[in-house]
Design a protein. Structure first.
Length: 554
């Protein structure tokens, strides 16, 4: 009988031990969240009264030794107590006339009973309820738009031989996104899961290149076409010159098709023409290159991702590149010499990129055309005078406009009308966002344009271009023709670290009825995508479809 009792006692103790033992990644995920929460919520930390980075580096070795929930929680409880008492000010009355947007807001992790004791959870909830209400020490909002910016942060390289130093930078960036990225809720992968996956990779990284590759992977998981990752060369690295293919291209059917020549003589030397099909770069198929860059390039949607991949494909740090072409149903491989935009061929590249394009013109059948990437505010009066009596105007926004939305919308709209509303971070309650009143377009104008308004869009239509399209849609007689836009509307927040520079969309941008634009983009009324055959025949199939719609109404 005693043996049976002893057996069950041992079994019970083992069961208790197994259920309370926690893994290193679980501990690090939790400490990341607690550290970030206290950074923006605790009065001593959010007010800048303690060196929060150093405190993290001091606590991490102790955290590493903790084996159970109780040991882990006690370290965090003592840490919070050491910061001093938090003055009770709850309940904090919400600002008057503020409507919250809470799809990003989630502090449910505080109730994690696997990792946190009831006492620790209670302390964290008390801090939330009595959170810091002054000017945040580490972040502030930019004038006007209200997007988040950094201050008083450490932008230095971590110690690449010290795992805790590396984790500090991962934690800092993760919490920046966790609390202040307006579109966090739209990510393909939950941000919590991204943290779980990235922590082991950061620990395993051994040097400058390894670590910043991990940071690139982390940054790229936010699914935002505004986001780039510019890696600064290691101080010890030999600087390499970036070289370029003498043309632009587009991915169609897993092939890269040349759409524009940038250097005429350079292209002619290798028989590169508009419509030339590229199937391999240095023995890798376009499909393989698309696949291998999935975790390294940040984009809101597939259309934007393909556009960014093309930019990567058509640049190299080697002056000779092996390329396979498909011509007349035969595969031809040749080694090309690529060039720097800034070397002796710079004038040719500039001429190729700046071939004369008209700001606006009159097409056949009394149809106007405006190139939104070229026209400027000073050109608007002449454009209005030339096109005001046309039966339709095509605004080509497959480019980036020059701030002309306001003046053009005054011409198009009979009345002032709201076209966008926004969400901005609430620094008094980090993680929460609030709706703003938004932006209006047009004014009372009985002489507004009476013809059809056609907008051409594609994956190049991003940010201000998408916002401008929203603005023009209020005219009441607008048709969108083309394909999915970049899905990154609004302004950007830029973060410049010593090792890299990155950014993300600073505010949430919505239609007045609260329809989303992030990731979705501006949805075309008539979808049209260029084809390989159309490009080879020199056609602009999107513009052609617009002209057909103007003539037939369908």
């Amino acid at each position: 009988m005693q043996k049976i009792i002893l057996f069950f006692l041992v079994l019970f103790s083992q069961t208790i031990f197994c259920t309370t033992k926690i893994t290193e990644t679980e501990k690090l995920v939790a400490i990341c969240k607690v550290w970030g929460f206290l950074k923006y919520y605790h009065p001593e930390v959010a007010g800048g009264k303690t060196n929060w980075d150093n405190q993290l580096l001091e606590k991490l070795p102790k955290i590493e030794k903790a084996q159970t929930k109780d040991e882990f929680s006690l370290i965090l409880e003592n840490w919070i107590d050491d910061l001093g008492p938090v003055k009770e000010i709850a309940p904090i009355a919400p600002p008057k006339d503020v409507e919250y947007f809470d799809k990003n807001f989630d502090l449910t992790w505080i109730n994690n009973n696997k990792l946190f004791s009831k006492k620790l959870t209670k302390k964290l909830r008390f801090i939330e309820q009595n959170r810091f209400q002054g000017e945040q020490f580490y972040v502030y909002t930019g004038e006007g738009a209200g997007n988040i910016l950094l201050q008083n942060e450490s932008f230095e390289h971590p110690d690449f031989t010290n795992k805790n130093s590396k984790l500090r930078m991962v934690f800092m960036y993760w919490n920046l996104v966790e609390y202040f990225f307006p579109n966090k809720y739209l990510m393909d992968q939950k941000w919590d899961l991204t943290l779980e996956k990235i922590i082991p990779l950061a620990i395993q990284s051994q040097n400058y290149d390894d670590f910043y590759l991990v940071m690139r992977r982390l940054v790229s998981r936010i699914n935002d076409s505004h986001t780039e990752f510019y890696l600064y060369p290691s101080p010890s690295a030999v600087r390499k010159q970036r070289l370029f293919f003498p043309a632009k291209g587009r991915i169609i059917e897993e092939k890269l098709v040349v759409t524009e020549i940038l250097g005429d003589s350079l292209a002619q030397a290798d028989d590169i023409k508009i419509g030339t099909i590229i199937t391999k770069i240095n023995d890798k198929t376009i499909k393989e290159i698309i696949s291998e860059n999935r975790e390294l390039i940040c984009a809101s949607n597939e259309a934007s991702y393909f556009d960014k991949v093309v930019e990567k494909i058509l640049s190299s740090y080697s002056d000779t590149v092996k390329i396979e072409f498909l011509k007349d149903n035969k595969y031809i491989t040749k080694t090309m010499t690529w060039f720097d935009y800034h070397d002796s061929h710079r004038n040719e590249f500039k001429k190729g990129a700046r071939k004369k394009k008209e700001k606006f013109k009159l097409l056949d059948n009394n149809i106007g055309y405006v190139n939104m990437g070229i026209i400027k505010i000073t050109n608007i009066p002449d454009m209005v005078d030339a096109l005001k009596n046309t039966k339709a105007i095509v605004f080509d926004m497959r480019n980036y406009p020059n701030g002309t939305f306001e003046e053009i919308s005054k011409f198009l709209n009979p009345h002032e009308k709201k076209f966008a509303i926004y969400t901005i971070p609430d620094l008094s309650y980090p993680g929460r966002f609030k709706w703003t009143s938004g932006s209006d377009s047009g004014f009372e104008n009985k002489d507004n344009y009476k013809g059809r308004v056609i907008i051409l869009l594609n994956e190049k239509t991003q940010s201000q271009a998408e916002w401008t399209a929203m603005c023009f849609q209020t005219s009441g007689n607008t048709t969108i023709i083309g394909s999915q836009t970049a899905g990154a509307d609004g302004n950007i927040s830029i973060f410049d670290f010593k090792g890299f520079n990155t950014q993300f969309s600073g505010i949430g941008v919505f239609y007045p009825d609260k329809r989303e634009t992030q990731r979705i983009g501006i949805v075309p009324d008539i979808e049209v995508k260029p084809t390989i055959k159309g490009i080879q025949e020199g056609k602009d199939e999107v513009l052609d479809r617009a002209l057909l719609f103007i003539e037939t109404g369908k």
